[in-house]
Design a binder for this molecule. Structure first.
Ligand code: ADP
Ligand code: MG
Length: 354
């Protein structure tokens, strides 16, 4: 079921949590709402679910083209999973998953056998076939979140809303669940919105990413597009590490003039260049490309790419990433002098978008 959010604002007291937000989720799509803490992600999700209403005005939520303003939470058929979704502790995994079906009014309630079959299928789907009789306290964090997801899916929701569902789990488990969620989505095609502040999670799992900042949407696009063609300084900074330089573009080439400490302290947009660490080039000698003097501070080989921390003459840090064989070739040692240039830079003034 498609979801359309049109001109939604939400104010708490005088604090604007959402400012004229519009977005569209296609039927069967998995969209990630990505943004820092406090940017309004949960508020938007709660409004879509009907747990919160938007400010009076022209804000509307449409499910499959129908305005749902008058539909209460229960009537929207939304499945929810939260970061700390407390499963019912005194109920087994099986009973937890069956709960949403058992509490239906008698006339809509499936038969005992139908509930049994459905829960069994869901247990298979979340790969916990033999865990039905266990209690939540006998499960790992990752298993509990899979049960929470099965419980949300049991009611055949029109829409699945996931609010930082893996936020409390450790990195390895998160990674596994992420891949699992994507496979599950490919199987079920339930229209889903995943809220996360983790850019890797959003870029890896979602069909499209909605980047939020300070109550507004900054950019919407497929993961590769928002990563490679960020629409603003904020998106560029939020989606990965970035070096910020004074400089200018000359015939499509970045000429670095000096570093700036961070995105917030940039000067006028015209002479600010944003360079990802993997686009920083290190040379032993000048080779005709305009380059900055720098010194090697630290080399870290522990990764698919080597991380090199450099310092410019004015003592500012430059982060570079390069293939391990290139590092061998350069054989960099801390303290050595090198030249730094940019293979590719982003400029956010309309004059020089590259
Ligand atoms: P996110 O999920 O992106 O971290 P939220 O949507 O939870 O952000 O919150 C956005 C802003 O709205 C925050 O500054 C938060 O403090 C505020 N906020 C959220 N819910 C309430 C509420 N019920 N009452 C007052 N302020 C709220
Ligand atoms: Mg939140």
């Amino acid at each position: 079921m498609s979801i359309e959010v049109q001109h939604v604002s939400k104010t708490f007291g005088t604090y604007p949590a959402l400012l004229d937000v519009s977005m569209h989720v296609h039927d069967g799509e998995l969209v990630a709402l990505l943004g820092p803490s406090g940017s309004g992600k949960t508020t938007l999700l709660r409004i879509i679910a009907g747990l919160e209403s938007p400010d009076a005005g022209r804000g509307r939520i449409l499910f499959h083209g129908q305005d749902v303003a008058r539909r209460r939470v229960g009537e929207r058929h939304v499945g929810f999973v939260f970061q700390h979704y407390a499963l019912f502790k005194h109920m087994t995994v099986f009973e937890n998953i069956a709960f949403g079906l058992r509490v239906r009014p008698r006339c809509e309630r499936p038969s005992r056998q139908a509930i049994h079959d459905k829960v069994t299928r869901l247990l298979q789907l979340i790969q916990l076939e033999n865990f039905g009789r266990r209690y939540p306290s006998q499960l790992s964090g990752g298993q509990r979140q899979r049960v929470a997801l099965a419980r949300a899916l049991a009611i055949d929701p029109n829409v699945l809303l996931l609010d930082e569902p893996f936020g409390a789990l450790d990195a390895k488990v998160r990674q596994g669940l992420r891949e699992w969620l994507r496979r599950l989505h490919d199987e079920l095609h339930v229209t889903s919105i995943l809220v996360t502040h983790d850019q890797e999670e959003a870029l890896e799992v979602a069909d499209r990413v909605v980047v939020m900042n300070q109550a507004r949407i900054e950019q919407v696009g497929p993961p590769a597009e928002v990563f490679h063609h960020p629409a603003s300084e904020f998106v560029m900074d939020f989606l990965g590490q970035v070096n910020v330089f004074h400089g200018r573009m000359e015939q499509g080439r970045a000429v670095l003039g000096g570093t700036l400490p961070d995105v917030a302290s940039r000067g006028s947009a015209r002479d600010t260049l944003y360079v990802r660490p993997h686009d920083v080039q290190i040379e032993r000698r000048l080779n005709g490309v305009p380059a900055l003097h720098a010194r090697v501070v630290r080399v870290n080989r522990a990764g698919a790419l080597a991380k090199v921390l450099l310092a410019t003459a004015d003592g500012r840090a430059v982060h570079a990433e390069l293939p391990l064989d290139r590092l061998e070739e350069l054989s960099l040692r801390p303290g050595e002098a090198v030249y730094v240039s940019a293979r590719h830079a982003h400029v956010f003034s309309s004059d020089y978008v590259i």
